[in-house]
Ligand binder design. Structure first.
Ligand SMILES: *Cc1c(COP(=O)(O)O)cnc(C)c1O
Length: 418
């Protein structure tokens, strides 16, 4: 079964143009069911259907996956309509956040006592979640952050779990305390300890694994957070960590879930989620005011989850693997070129292909990657930190792009074949 993939780039840009057109169209206030105007009626920016090219910015074929640097993912086309409807009314944002959280908890069948808010991304969810733990609902403390006077001030993390996104923890003013062993953990706990943090993609690297970390946090009565930003698929991760007992869980909306690019989820114990919201936009004198999430993103995120949950995930994975095999079939016709497949355990848990070659191709993987990037159309494909050769995945490819990748890759490799 093929699902939700039968749209192409032109239709996608057409959908954007239509949404833009409908927002710009004069219409009575609050009429939400006026048909969108067609792409043809856009004048000025967007008149060609590709406003990026109009600005002189090159669009790329994405073989790397859900990289925020490349724009994350392409939202489900169905989001355009709902986000456009969202822009036609005023509404209380806190009321909308609570209602969205209720719907999300129902859709994900979260455990009793769990709820959610939509944030501007997983990074925002990390900061707001911790801020809520530090301040509770105390208004003075909320205004005071990142001055921690009168609050707890330490978060425990395994040394191997440190990563750039722990900046969002540090931005609250807390100090990260690094530990490696269970003994170090128990010795490090004190009355300044606010939270235990777990970085899901680092699960294999740390001595204490994801299930034990949450058990230890219960034993010591310290709230625990897990950053699972890029860890769907599998879809079950959306509820697995809540079922394990994690108090707060963060996801990106704009990665594989294909929600609005500037959206994410903070899922967790209702009291902690409510306190996180108090530390976030739209409230003004808060640490999270700079991570505004709009009514459009909030509704878009709920819609994206609805669509994501209804997808046939096995069929999608099969489709992604098929695309890789099609590319492999073409490029392995070149003498000396070989391919193999792997799927990372966690984060970007989708089929990947490693492309290698022997000395008959006189090109380094880095050079090949550069040539692909400089070509027309421009193709982004990593040369792989831990792998020989090029590495690609296909889950962000749009229909037809796999054929282009096969052709361009063949050209580059053949041009440097002995
Ligand atoms: C992408 C990512 C984030 C940030 O997510 P945003 O939704 O872009 O804010 C945080 N942590 C990890 C591990 C990520 O991969």
């Amino acid at each position: 079964m093929r699902i939700n993939l039968n749209w192409d780039r032109r239709k996608f840009f057409g959908a954007i143009a239509a949404a833009v057109g409908s927002l710009a169209a004069p219409r009575p206030l609050f009429s939400s069911n006026k048909p969108a105007r067609s792409a043809g009626t856009v004048t000025g920016l967007g008149h060609t259907g590709n406003p990026y090219e109009e600005l002189g910015v090159t669009t790329v074929i994405n073989c790397e996956g859900t990289m925020t640097m490349l724009g994350g993912s392409l939202p489900h086309p169905e989001l355009e309509a709902v986000m456009s409807m969202a822009g036609r009314h005023f509404v209380s944002i806190p009321e909308l956040e609570v209602a969205a959280g209720k719907r999300i908890a129902e859709m994900l069948k979260l455990p009793e006592g769990y709820s959610a808010i939509v944030t501007s991304g997983a990074a925002a969810a990390i900061q707001s979640g911790l801020a809520g733990i530090l301040t509770g609902s105390n208004e003075a403390l909320i205004r005071q952050l990142p001055d921690l006077t009168g609050m707890k001030s330490e978060v425990i993390i395994q040394k191997s779990h440190r990563n750039p996104f722990d900046h969002q923890l540090r931005s609250t003013g807390i100090k990260l305390i690094e530990i490696e062993t269970r003994d170090e953990l128990s010795q490090t706990l004190n009355d300044r300890t606010a939270m235990m943090h777990f970085t899901n993609f680092a699960n294999a690297a740390g001595q204490i694994k994801v299930d034990e970390w949450v058990k230890l946090s219960k034993r010591y009565s310290i709230p625990c957070m897990i950053d699972a930003a890029a860890d769907t698929p599998p879809v079950s991760h959306l509820w697995d960590y809540a079922n394990m007992g994690y108090d707060l869980i963060t996801f990106s909306g704009g990665k594989a879930i294909r929600g609005p690019q500037c959206a994410g989820l903070l899922i967790g114990r209702s009291d902690l989620v409510a306190n996180a919201l108090l530390n976030n936009s739209p409230y003004e004198d808060t640490i999270g005011r700079s991570q505004k999430v709009g009514k459009e993103e909030i509704l878009g995120m709920v819609k994206a989850l609805e669509l994501y949950l209804n997808e046939d995930h096995d069929a999608l994975t099969a489709e992604w693997q098929q695309r890789l095999q099609g590319i492999s079939q073409e490029i392995t016709k070149i003498p000396g070129v070989s391919t193999s497949y792997f799927t990372p355990d966690i984060a970007n848990h989708v089929p990947h292909m490693q492309i290698g070659w022997n000395s008959r191709v006189t090109l380094t993987p880095q050079e090949a990657s550069k040539l692909l990037r400089a070509g027309t159309p421009s193709i982004v494909m990593g040369s792989g930190e831990n792998h020989q050769g090029l590495v690609m995945n296909s889950f962000m490819l749009q229909p037809g792009e796999d054929k282009i990748v096969a052709e361009k890759l063949s050209q580059v490799l053949r041009a440097h074949s002995a």
